[in-house]
Design a protein around this ligand. Structure first.
Ligand code: ADP
Ligand code: MG
Length: 434
């Protein structure tokens, strides 16, 4: 989208200026109504906003797009490297140890693909320039998709660049325990010192605070205090802020002040790249065919992928062989059997037969009422009963967008909750598929 926009902007901007300000900008990601554009520096972003914004708005109108535009600074890697090299290695090491970081959870070990690009880019930006671009940064995604990995990576990178500044990475559970013990021992000053005198605070799995009213309140205060002083806050969660319904609106709206970046299950190419990367990290020899085989079979989350790889590694080790397709098949037998049983085709056939519509109509573009419900039900069942990701389900239904699938699933969930007859129907589909 940005490329097209740039092309159209050329009509309004003299060539020299265009070169100066726009040539090195590029689209990083566009999703959920937001377009993220990488720029070489803060100044460029400011200049574009100050002088060219009206043209951008005009061109967007012309193109009929309504995305919000955010700029992110791609700090040049070479000067960052120099900066890091100037820092005291011992001090960096010490900081990393104090923080208890997993040494493998770095940006270098994180494989970037369309499913996690935005989360990766924003995490990197806040590690390099905390408190400037995205505050707070809210990362959300299902379990096993790399949230904790990214938070550790932020901490690693931040320590390398700013070893003398203060950062803290905690789970929300840890925050809760610290708060409870501060209450118990009546020792707030040291609690406040730990959580407020910071340049960066990273809190993992914030959904843990959903039912903890007192701690939530304290978190809110901590948040405000840091935020007011332009300190960086990064939060991870398995849900969108608005979906954790115990969170009061005021907290939810705070989270929306910054940026919300989601992580989706990785597509096939990314899964392949992750397996190669992990094989290297774990020092395992694996044949290319075996990588493809595993990546095709396990689709839902990276933790599972990693577990499968380790399992194959143990087996291969016993056989004193690299991991081959045979070894992978043998060692993953149990996991794979469960998976193969239910396919989107079977689901579509069952649902289409029940509603008396042809299977092909579930996949076409028609949105009439008679087809929307069966299609939504079939999509929901795919999500529940297979390991497929939203984008994969979308593709199985004639290339629908993943947000369409997400919408379908939430619609069906709503209906299940409010309509017992409908719930029984969906249950009966599930039973006959299993
Ligand atoms: P979450 O916190 O979202 O549940 P984790 O960060 O614990 O997930 O990730 C689970 C495992 O998957 C970790 O070992 C992590 O290193 C790995 N992982 C997840 N995403 C990626 C990725 N894009 N590249 C490399 N490893 C990944
Ligand atoms: Mg985690």
């Amino acid at each position: 989208m940005w490329e097209e926009l740039k092309g159209r902007l050329k009509r309004f901007i003299p060539e020299e200026s265009f070169k100066e300000w726009f040539e090195s900008t590029e689209e990083i990601e566009s999703s959920n109504g937001r377009l993220l554009v990488g720029v070489p520096s803060e100044e460029v972003a400011d200049f574009i906003k100050d002088y060219y914004w009206d043209y951008i708005v005009k061109v967007m109108k012309e193109m009929g797009v309504e995305e919000e535009i955010d700029f992110v600074c791609k700090k040049q890697i070479p000067d960052l490297k120099e900066e890091i090299a100037r820092n005291d290695m011992d001090l960096i090491k010490k900081r990393i140890e104090e923080l208890n970081l997993n040494p493998d959870y770095t940006f270098d070990n994180f494989v970037v693909g369309p499913s996690n690009e935005l989360a990766f880019a924003t995490c990197k930006a806040v590690a390099e320039e905390p408190g400037v671009n995205y505050n707070p940064l809210y990362i959300y995604g299902d379990t096993g998709l790399g949230k904790t990995h990214l938070l550790h990576a932020v901490a690693h990178r931040f320590c390398e660049i700013y070893p003398d500044k203060k950062i803290l990475l905690v789970s929300a559970e840890r925050f809760f325990h610290d708060y409870v013990s501060a209450v118990r021992s009546n020792n707030f000053p040291s609690f406040r010192e730990r959580y407020r005198e910071l340049d960066v605070l990273l809190v993992d799995d914030i959904q843990f605070l959903a039912h903890k009213e007192g701690t939530r309140e304290e978190f809110f205060n901590t948040f405000n205090d840091l935020f007011d002083r332009r300190k960086q806050i990064v939060i991870s969660s398995d849900s969108l802020p608005g979906d954790i319904y115990q969170f009061q609106d005021r907290l939810v709206s705070r989270f929306k002040w910054g940026i919300i970046a989601d992580i989706q299950p990785p597509d096939l190419e990314t899964r392949i790249a992750i397996l190669f990367k992990k094989a290297k990290v774990f020092n395992l020899k694996i044949e290319e065919d075996a990588v493809f085989f595993i990546a095709k079979k396990l689709r839902k989350n990276v933790r599972e992928l990693e577990g499968a790889l380790k399992k194959c590694g143990i087996y291969a080790n016993l056989k004193k062989s690299p991991i081959t397709v045979e070894i992978a098949k043998e060692s993953l037998k149990d996991i794979l059997e469960d998976e193969e049983l239910i396919t989107p085709e079977k689901i579509m056939k069952l649902v289409a037969d029940y509603y008396r519509v042809p299977v092909s109509r579930l996949k076409d573009k028609n949105n009439s009422r008679s087809i929307v419900v069966p299609r939504q039900v079939a999509m929901y069942l795919c999500k529940q009963l297979t390991n497929m990701s939203y984008p994969e389900i979308g593709r199985a239904f004639g290339n629908k967008h993943h947000t369409t699938v997400m919408y379908a699933c939430s619609k069906v969930e709503e209906k299940i909750a409010s309509d017992p007859r409908f719930r029984r129907l969906v249950d009966s589909f599930t039973q006959s598929l299993r």
